[in-house]
Design a protein around this ligand. Structure first.
Ligand code: SF4
Length: 222
């Protein structure tokens, strides 16, 4: 299981309800480019990109999907080739056998239950093989139909360091965040934490000396 950062939040700061707005505002000013880094042109491409992005970088996914999307344009296309061929086409993204299997499973369910269209509700999205709540939240948010808050490793770490949650399980972290973050910010909030987590609040050695949240953070080390 991934490490917990809860114990780092030891400094006294204002209650989280008073810190959340300035934190969102400062992060938005600091990371105006904090948007999804995956490249896609439609809902199907979005779903495939997010499915392929598990345990690899967005750069790798974009490199692979550039060719993939020229070859596979509709859900049927993913089922029309032998499984081995699809595996090779997604191979650079890692865990390619599982990803190819999930892609085919998802396309089959899309065709059989949703007329080949990507559903809008999170409860429907998670019925697609390989689509967990995180993937479903990413897809929904990017389509302007936000229904939850994406919790990945960065979001969990920063939420723990900032004292927003003491939980570890992503579903419970998400529930804590939903109670705290204004609904209008649910879509951009994870992007802000992800980019801040990549650039400043790094897992092993957070750069607190360069952090715009230093006075608002109970885990500040300087
Ligand atoms: S980098 Fe910023 S958010 Fe992360 S622990 Fe340090 S002060 Fe807190």
């Amino acid at each position: 299981m991934a490490r917990s950062y809860v114990h780092e939040a030891t400094r006294r700061v204002e209650p989280k309800r008073e810190r959340i707005r300035p934190i969102v505002e400062r992060l938005a000013a600091e990371h105006p480019d904090a948007v999804i880094a995956l490249r896609f042109l439609d809902d199907l491409q979005l779903l495939v990109s997010v499915l392929l992005s598990a345990q690899t970088t967005d750069v790798t996914v974009n490199r692979v999907t550039e060719k993939l999307f020229a070859k596979y344009r509709r859900p049927e296309d993913y089922l029309a080739v032998p499984l081995e061929e699809l595996e090779q086409d997604v191979r650079p993204t890692g865990t390619f056998r599982q990803k190819a299997k999930n892609l085919r499973g998802a396309m089959r369910v899309l065709l059989e239950e949703f007329d080949g269209e990507i559903p809008h509700r999170i409860d429907d999205l998670v019925r697609l093989p390989g689509v967990g709540r995180k993937t479903a939240n990413v897809v929904a948010a990017e389509r302007g139909a936000t229904q939850g808050i994406v919790v990945d490793t960065h979001v969990r770490r920063l939420s723990q360091r900032l004292g927003f949650t003491r939980r570890h399980d992503p579903a419970k972290v998400e529930r804590d965040l939903q109670r705290l973050v204004p609904r209008a910010d649910w879509a951009r909030f994870p992007h802000l934490l992800i980019w801040h987590g990549r650039r400043v609040c790094i897992a092993r050695r957070p750069r607190c000396e360069d952090c715009v949240l230093a006075d608002l953070c109970p885990s500040n080390r300087v």
